[in-house]
Design a protein around this ligand. Structure first.
Ligand code: HEC
Ligand code: HEC
Ligand code: HEC
Ligand code: HEC
Ligand code: HEC
Ligand code: HEC
Ligand code: HEC
Ligand code: HEC
Ligand code: HEC
Ligand code: HEC
Length: 288
């Protein structure tokens, strides 16, 4: 049963004046009955703000302020007991000791669109929850991340972040791109964008490498770009997986033409001649 707006307002008014515990209980009950996201007249921010002034102030400057009047209880269930007993572990607070499922469930109520597959993806399966990366109250203004994207990921993937300091690398630190330019961290099981993926994510930016070509290089067809490139960064020129281009080519092309045996790391770079190595419309052997 949803109370009339006037009724609720009058309760709040007397609450403010009297600070009466019984009425607090009543308000909490009303708020509990309120449907998340549906504007009510009396604001959580006022009820909760009596004791959590700083939290409320910070909250109003962040995206969830858009929730309007039920903005606190939309995520923090159990406020009834909290208001009755006054603090302590009496309200759902997304603690690290809380189970993963209820935390994710709370967020997915409203964010099914952007993170529906999360639970079946590698992060969900590893029992991460939304608050592993997001902080509602302490997060960055954009994205509510715990201290910027790279820093957030670095907390658990420092080995990957470290690769972005090799000489040959994508310019992550400079802000040219970010982890999420290639990875969708909310994505699900197929892992198309979460590692082990082929080349769609690369072609967003490297359009010309994707063809379609009359003569495709079979290498791309098999594994995608990462069979030859270490995309986070590498000490090798052009972020190749091997320092020597001939070694890279010979790792698949075991048998080449007799006269090719003169070509090796010291003599020649294969791509001097096979310069359209990503594919060509003119030459089936990728020469200019
Ligand atoms: C979108 C979900 C969400 C909303 C809305 C929300 N909170 Fe939180 N709250 C959290 C999460 C998650 C945490 C755990 C710490 C964090 O992520 O910042 C938390 C932690 C807290 C804490 C304990 C830790 C701290 O930062 O002091 C308090 C108190 C709190 N919230 C109060 C409020 C109040 C008051 C409101 C309304 C103004 C509110 N919350 C709205 C999700 C939410
Ligand atoms: C009468 C004062 C009072 C009111 C009103 C109040 N709280 Fe609290 N709240 C407290 C106290 C005291 C604590 C314990 C603080 C601490 O441990 O630092 C607390 C703790 C919390 C926590 C953290 C719980 C935990 O387990 O760590 C959350 C979340 C929270 N309050 C949310 C809310 C929300 C949401 C509202 C409004 C529905 C609200 N509070 C209203 C006094 C209040
Ligand atoms: C009651 C609905 C509701 C709940 C529950 C909820 N959100 Fe939101 N969330 C919103 C709304 C509304 C916005 C602001 C408008 C928008 O960006 O879509 C938002 C925005 C966000 C944003 C985007 C911030 C930006 O910069 O664009 C993130 C991240 C987010 N929420 C994470 C969470 C997490 C994590 C939880 C669980 C702790 C959560 N939300 C719970 C409704 C909700
Ligand atoms: C592994 C870290 C991580 C986890 C876990 C995570 N997120 Fe995110 N989230 C991000 C990053 C990074 C961005 C920014 C992506 C971007 O800029 O495209 C983001 C953006 C968002 C946004 C705003 C942009 C959008 O896609 O709408 C919402 C909403 C959101 N996350 C909700 C959630 C919810 C809900 C959960 C839990 C089910 C969750 N996230 C779990 C890292 C994470
Ligand atoms: C709280 C720890 C944590 C944070 C923060 C985190 N991850 Fe993860 N990530 C994991 C775990 C655990 C796995 C699954 C086990 C594994 O494959 O290492 C995983 C898996 C992945 C995978 C898939 C690996 C594979 O083999 O398919 C990618 C890609 C990834 N994370 C990217 C990110 C990005 C990008 C961010 C930052 C937005 C991020 N992660 C933040 C813990 C984290
Ligand atoms: C230019 C695109 C791109 C960017 C930017 C990028 N990744 Fe990756 N990432 C990939 C690709 C492609 C793979 C799959 C590599 C493979 O299959 O050999 C991958 C694999 C991974 C893996 C799993 C395998 C491993 O190497 O551990 C993790 C974890 C990961 N990335 C995290 C991150 C994090 C964290 C960032 C940001 C600091 C990031 N990635 C930035 C493209 C990218
Ligand atoms: C968001 C855009 C973007 C995405 C997505 C992207 N790249 Fe890049 N890439 C660049 C830019 C820009 C450069 C130029 C170097 C720089 O300034 O960072 C570059 C450079 C490179 C280079 C090195 C070029 C050289 O001359 O050394 C290789 C190799 C490369 N990318 C491969 C990939 C692969 C493989 C993927 C997919 C896993 C990918 N890129 C995804 C933007 C992107
Ligand atoms: C068969 C191995 C192989 C595959 C597969 C491959 N590359 Fe390359 N790539 C190379 C080699 C070798 C070079 C160095 C060319 C040179 O030295 O001129 C290179 C250079 C590059 C460069 C920098 C120079 C330039 O031509 O712009 C980019 C960017 C690049 N590759 C992106 C990609 C992308 C994106 C994919 C997937 C669509 C991909 N590569 C797949 C071998 C490969
Ligand atoms: C991951 C394995 C792999 C790597 C690494 C690789 N290739 Fe290939 N390459 C292939 C496959 C598969 C084909 C298609 C062969 C077929 O259809 O019989 C192919 C085809 C070719 C062809 C066309 C002629 C032919 O045999 O069909 C040339 C030329 C070629 N590669 C040169 C190179 C050079 C030069 C390098 C090093 C820069 C290289 N390849 C690296 C797998 C690879
Ligand atoms: C001086 C130029 C040149 C250099 C350097 C060169 N190639 Fe070639 N390559 C050719 C030409 C021309 C052909 C075609 C020969 C023919 O069809 O008779 C060819 C053919 C090939 C073929 C296809 C063979 C087939 O069965 O059709 C492969 C694979 C190949 N080269 C790999 C390499 C590798 C690996 C390197 C570096 C170690 C390399 N090439 C260096 C010019 C060169």
């Amino acid at each position: 049963m949803v109370p009339s707006q006037k009724h609720q307002r009058s309760i709040m008014l007397s609450l403010k004046i009297a600070g009466c515990l019984i009425l607090v209980l009543g308000v909490a009950g009303l708020l509990m009955a309120a449907k998340p996201g549906v504007p009510q007249d009396k604001k959580d921010t006022e009820t909760c703000g009596q004791c959590h002034e700083d939290v409320v102030k910070g909250f109003l400057a962040k995206p969830h302020a858009a929730l309007g009047d039920t903005s606190c209880t939309a995520c923090h269930s159990g406020s009834e007991q909290h208001l009755k007993e006054g603090g302590g572990a009496t309200i759902f607070a997304f603690k690290s000791t809380d189970a993963t499922a209820p935390k994710n469930k709370t967020c997915l109520k409203c964010h099914a669109g952007s993170a529906a597959q999360f639970m079946s993806g590698p992060h969900g399966k590893a029992s991460l929850d939304c608050t592993s990366c997001h902080s509602i109250h302490g997060g960055s203004k954009a994205g509510l991340l715990k201290g910027g994207e790279t820093k957030t990921c670095n907390a658990c993937h420092p080995d990957v972040v470290a690769k972005f300091s090799f000489n040959e690398r994508h310019r992550l630190q400079e802000g040219v791109l970010s982890c999420s330019s290639c990875h969708d961290v909310h994505s699900g099981a197929p892992r198309e964008k979460l590692g082990g993926f082929k080349q769609q994510a690369c072609l967003k930016c490297h359009v010309e490498k994707g063809g379609p070509f009359l003569y495709e290089h079979g290498a791309s067809r098999v594994e995608g770009c990462t069979i030859c490139h270490e995309v986070h960064g590498s000490p090798n020129r052009h972020m190749l997986t091997m320092q020597s281009v001939p070694d890279l080519c010979y790792s698949c092309h075991v048998f080449t033409l007799q006269w090719h045996t003169q070509f090796n790391e010291k003599t020649t770079n294969c791509v001097n001649c096979h310069s359209t190595i990503h594919g060509s419309n003119l030459s089936r052997i990728f020469i200019k």
